[in-house]
Design a protein around this ligand. Structure first.
Ligand SMILES: NC(=[NH2+])NCCC[C@H](N)C(=O)O
Ligand SMILES: [Mn+2]
Length: 320
C-alpha cells in the first residue's frame, strides 16, 4: 500500500531574504489554527538544516553559501530517494526553492532508467547558474543544477574557482548525469525572468502557461495540457513555489511578483496535477511568515497542501 511521507526542510540559506526556514512552522501553526490533525495523520521526517552558516561570511558571491547548499542537496536527495525506494510518495515542505534540486536528484537516483518530467509552478524560472545570476542567490538556480545547463554563452559573472568546483559537485548530487532534459520542463505562472533565462526558455522551447493563459484555458485544462506535454515522461514531479500566487493574497514570500495566480487557481492546478498516476513527488516552498501579516500565506498554502494530498489519495490506495 502506498504511503505519503512528509519531508520537512527548514533551509533558507539560498534565499536573499531571511525567514523562509520558518515557513514549515508557519504551516504547522496554520494547521493548529484550522484545528487540523494533518501533521499527526502523516509521518513526518525532518531534514536537519545548516542555517547557522548564515552567521558566517559568504565566500561565494556568485553562488552564496554553495558549500551549505551542497550539504542540503545531498541530504534532501538521500531522504527523497529513501522514501521512493520504500515505494512511498514524498511530499516535500521546504524553505527556499534550491531544495528542489535535491528532491529531483533523489528522484533520479531512485529511478535512473525512467524519464522525468517537471512541472514548475513559480513566478520565476530559477534557471540561473553562477555565470548568469543577478543576485548570487541559489534559490534562483535549481533547474540549471539538475539539467546541467551552465549557460556560459550568456555569462555576466566570472565565478571564482572554489565556486566552480562546488558547482560541479552540486550538479553530481544523486547521479553524475543530468536528471532531466530542459525540454521536459513545463512552467506555470512564470513572469519574472532575466535575459539569460529567456535564452534557455526559447532555445529549448519550454512552454510557460502565463497567468492570462491559465485564465483563458481554465486551471483544470491548464493542468491537463501540462501533463499532456510530458506524456513521453515516465514520472512527474511538481514543484509549487508560493510566489506563483498574487501578492494581493499575501506578501509572505521572499520574492513576490505582481499579476500572479489566485489561491483557487493554484489549488485547482495542484489538485489536478497530482491526480496523474505518474506523479512521484510534490513539493511546496518559499512560505516566509516573517514578511507576512496574520500568517496569511501559510493559511492559504496549508489549504492548498491538504487539498492536494486529498486529491492524490482520492485516485490511489493510500494509508495515512
Ligand atoms: N525561488 C525563487 N524565489 N527564486 C527567485 C529568483 C529571483 C532572481 N531570478 C534571482 O536569481 O535572484
Ligand atoms: Mn522558485
Amino acid at each position: 500500500m502506498m504511503d505519503i511521507k512528509l519531508l520537512t526542510v527548514r533551509s533558507e540559506i539560498a534565499a536573499g531574504t531571511r525567514g523562509a526556514g520558518m515557513g514549515i512552522d508557519a504551516l504547522i501553526v496554520a494547521s493548529l489554527d484550522q484545528k487540523s490533525t494533518f501533521f499527526s495523520d502523516y509521518s513526518v521526517q525532518n531534514i536537519d538544516d545548516v542555517n547557522n552558516i548564515l552567521f558566517k561570511n559568504n565566500q561565494y558571491p556568485n553562488a552564496k553559501h554553495i558549500d551549505g547548499v551542497h550539504t542540503m542537496l545531498e541530504r534532501v536527495s538521500n531522504a527523497t530517494s529513501n522514501v521512493l525506494t520504500k515505494e512511498n510518495t514524498p511530499f516535500v515542505l521546504a524553505g527556499d526553492h534550491s531544495t528542489a534540486a535535491g528532491t529531483i536528484s533523489g528522484i533520479k537516483k531512485s529511478f535512473p532508467e525512467k524519464k522525468l518530467g517537471v512541472i514548475w509552478i513559480d513566478a520565476h524560472a530559477d534557471f540561473h547558474s553562477p555565470f548568469t545570476t543577478p543576485s548570487g542567490n541559489m534559490h534562483g538556480m535549481p533547474l540549471a543544477i539538475v539539467t546541467h545547463i551552465d549557460n556560459k554563452e550568456e555569462a555576466v559573472n566570472s565565478p571564482n574557482q572554489e565556486t566552480l568546483d562546488y558547482w560541479d559537485r552540486i550538479k553530481s548530487v544523486g547521479t553524475s548525469t543530468p536528471k532531466l532534459a530542459a525540454e521536459d520542463i513545463v512552467f506555470i505562472g512564470v513572469r519574472d525572468t532575466e535575459t539569460p533565462e529567456n535564452v534557455i526558455i526559447n532555445k529549448y522551447g519550454i512552454k510557460n502557461y502565463t497567468v492570462d493563459e491559465v485564465r483563458q484555458l481554465g486551471a483544470i485544462e491548464t493542468a491537463h495540457e501540462a501533463l499532456k506535454k510530458l506524456e513521453d515522461c515516465d514520472m512527474i514531479y511538481v514543484s509549487f513555489d508560493v510566489d506563483s500566487m498574487d501578492p494581493s493574497i499575501s506578501k509572505g514570500t521572499g520574492t513576490p511578483v505582481e499579476h500572479g495566480l489566485t489561491v483557487e487557481e493554484a489549488l485547482t492546478i495542484n489538485t489536478t496535477l497530482v491526480s496523474s498516476e505518474k506523479l512521484v513527488c510534490w513539493e511546496m516552498v518559499e512560505v516566509n511568515p516573517t514578511l507576512d501579516k496574520h500568517n496569511t500565506m501559510a493559511n492559504n498554502a496549508f489549504h492548498i497542501l491538504t487539498e492536494t494530498v486529498k486529491s492524490y489519495k482520492h485516485n490511489r490506495t493510500v494509508k495515512a
